[in-house]
Design a binder for this molecule. Sequence first.
Ligand code: FES
Length: 122
Amino acid sequence: MTTIIVQPSGTEIHIEPGDTVLAGLQKAGYAYTVGCRRGGCGICKIDVLEGTFSYCRPVADTVISEQERSDGTCLSCRAVPTDDVTIQLRDASLRLANPLLGQINARARERAKAASTAPEEQ
Ligand code: FES
């Protein structure tokens, strides 16, 4: 599992491997303002403060500049975290749109933490 930490609230969300940032947040019950969801409008831009991501599908050169490709700017609808990431939204705010999914994600996060700290069996 990969963890996304959303600043400034510090909200921690666990996502499955291969999920985009947007897909992971939505599966955990969270919502924020997005547009085309296919790398063509730039409305979903966020800042990645720590961690890395890659684009597994194309993003339009007209939407994200060369400078932005190296300064942590991220199209959240296309970016797949390659490790834990800390992000900050820009003109949107994160809201919990589906509390049930939020609770399921919180339990998954607790299980992942317990599994990572459990002593190895011999
Ligand atoms: S929602 Fe349009 S580029 Fe991400």
